[in-house]
Design a protein around this ligand. Structure first.
Ligand code: NDP
Ligand code: A1CAB
Length: 280
């Protein structure tokens, strides 16, 4: 389905790079089928061209007719301008994919030609190592074969979850932003190690192996985190003492609040952009 398709990334930041890296590694999308553009940073385009051998172009020079899938990967505040400049250049066989937090398929459809095929996705930066948890939801005009092609592309980046659009804000709070929560946790674990004199490289390896092992246990053993947590915890032992401190310091509530705040920020971004159609 993806075979022979040309994919253009409109936006060349960290999310676009993670997706490009994952797709090329998976060998499903050769670099000569990838075009990348951005707003104005030519050095960044040169960097990506050198690193991934993709074709990079200033946005004014995009060969619109050649492109099958457009992946929008700029910040949400740039969405209106981006849709405005795409609207009249596309035909209805082309598919517009957005990775932007808070941009709904309705917004996309309202700001493109009537009948344009759109797909909203929410990947995370673990796409870079093909371990993203990515959500997909499609617009009302999107053909099943194009949904399959985009799914195939996203599967290069990790696991794909086809979800209802109502769940996208929550998914963004859990999985789009999620890696940052774990990095935050890891920063804290590392800093205690450093504080007590462990070499930086050593503590980094210990922390990342611990986090990786815990995730792998949940994924491979089919056991709930609650049971796995109990298995670690000896009565009156070290873990019980550590978990008590986490509860005393409201660790669980802090995590819940992080997800809820991120999800509500996603909703708020939609509201800030509003649903009003652009004047063409
Ligand atoms: N980072 C993440 O973990 C995730 C991000 N996302 C979403 O991905 C999007 C991008 O995030 P991220 O990669 O972190 O952002 P970055 O700031 O790293 O990159 C933004 C990119 O968009 C380009 N750009 C801005 N305006 C335009 C335009 N009008 N036309 C073409 N290119 C444009 C910028 O170009 P220039 O540098 O020239 O200005 C830059 O290359 C966001 O909408 C975010 O919600 C989704 C999931 C995870
Ligand atoms: O911080 C953000 O808004 C983006 C969306 C999900 C992850 N990064």
């Amino acid at each position: 389905m993806l075979k022979g398709k040309t994919v253009a990334f409109i936006g060349a930041g960290s999310m676009a790079e993670a997706m490009i890296a994952g797709a090329i590694q998976a060998e499903k999308l050769p670099s000569n089928q990838i075009i990348v553009t951005n707003n104005s940073n030519n050095d960044r385009l040169q960097e990506l061209a050198n690193k991934y051998e993709v074709r990079t172009l200033q946005k004014e020079l995009l060969p619109y007719k050649e492109i099958d899938l457009f992946i929008l990967a700029m910040k949400p505040k740039g969405a209106r301008e981006a849709f405005r400049s795409l609207k009249d250049k596309l035909n209805l066989n082309q598919v517009v994919i957005s990775v932007l937090a808070g941009i709904t398929t309705t917004f996309m459809e309202d700001h493109l030609q009537e009948g344009q095929q759109v797909i909203r996705v929410m990947p995370n930066t673990s796409s870079m190592v093909q371990q993203s948890a990515t959500a997909l939801t499609s617009g009302q005009h999107t053909k099943p074969e194009n949904i399959e092609a985009v799914k195939e592309l996203l599967q290069c980046l990790g696991k794909v979850f086809v979800i209802e659009e109502e769940q996208m804000d929550l998914f963004t709070g859990i999985a789009g932003s999620g890696p940052a929560y774990f990095y935050y946790l890891m920063e804290h674990m590392e800093s205690v190690g450093l504080q007590y004199g462990m070499p930086k490289e050593l503590i980094r390896e210990i922390v990342s192996q611990t986090v990786y092992g815990a995730a792998k246990m949940v994924m491979e053993k089919g056991t709930s985190p609650t049971i796995l947590k109990e298995n670690v915890t000896s009565p009156n032992g070290t873990t019980a003492s550590g978990l008590k401190a986490l509860a005393d310091y409201n660790g669980g509530e802090a995590i819940s609040q992080a997800i809820k705040h991120a999800a509500s920020r996603s909703k708020q971004i939609s509201a800030e952009l509003g649903g009003a159609k652009l004047n063409s």
